[in-house]
Design a protein. Sequence first.
Length: 386
Amino acid sequence: MDLSYIINHLGEERDQYFNAVSPPIIQSSNFASKTVADMRHTLQNEFEEPFYTRGYNPTVGILRKKLAALEGAEDALVTSSGSAACAIAVMGNLKAGDHAICVNKPYSWTNKLFNNILAGYGVETTMIDGTDPENFARAIKPNTKLIFLESPNSLTFELQDLEAVAAIAKKHNIVTVIDNSYCTPLYQQPIKMGIDITVHSATKYLNGHSDVVAGVLCGSKEMINRLFASELMTYGSIISPNDAWLMIRGLRTLPLRLERSNETTTKVVEYLENHPKVKQLYFPFSKSFPQYELAKKQMQGCGGLFSIVLNVENMEQVETFCNSLQRFLMACSWGGHESLIFPSCSLLTSQCYNHPYIKWNMIRFYVGLEDAEVLIADLEDAFAKI
Ligand SMILES: *Cc1c(COP(=O)(O)O)cnc(C)c1O
């Protein structure tokens, strides 16, 4: 199925709604049955037919079809946040007495899930350096049931060799989950490489307009049906029909937005790489990136996120630099139209500059849809102040 068809037509049954080009927002919690027999039938197919919006909603259904197809998966669940998608994928595949493996430095709330919440339910987790596939093989125990990947991660961008890890996991019957938010399905297709479940923060590129928090989880029909009937329906962490509609609209321009963000990022990265005030730059498609070859092998493109370490003496200079930027907003999240910075020092108080892995002089950048020249000029002005 081609990308243009998925984004513009898949799932849209226009003859059912006046041939409207844009689908309706079916803002209804429940759906009536004509007969008891109909109701009985619908209750057996709660994931496929309108009965109650926690299970199926027609507007969400359109989005679900598109997201599964984009990811090359049999089916998908759309959730109220990326964090909910991670939790459903993980909780639904582990029980007390099981062991899980997770890569170092995952997204903060993924870390919380493995190291605080699951620990409380009797699941043990080993955190590993995922840059060497052998580390996965070494960490496997007889009760290992799940491996969680994030490639690249969203701060320093360490990658995992997805084909190699999937092969190791398959040998031991271990379920693999990847957070694929950074690449989106356009730039990385983990399911084709043998990974079982992909999760996304759809808040980021997939929606792309900084106006919806949502998530998606893709996998086999069997896996998705099982997670639907237990975790999704129990936690109830569903997307609203209105947010699903906004996401369908966001998806229409996904390829355009990604291409633009990617192009501009390449220019901004080039500028920063040669700047004397930049000590280090982390970006998977930069030639100096330690895993450049692997990035080129398994990713078709690179998103607009990268990090730099400033070549400065003190925190005040970092703060001056950040406060001076006018065209980069200072905020969390990423993947929208607007360029952003997230300074690591915002996580540190003056009492503890020397955190084990949060560098005080590191700044994460996200490049949105502005002109490269405008962003570079803004950086130039901020550098001049330090
Ligand atoms: C933002 C983010 C999440 C969490 O997604 P929410 O939609 O904010 O719940 C998970 N993983 C990564 C890599 C993210 O950037």
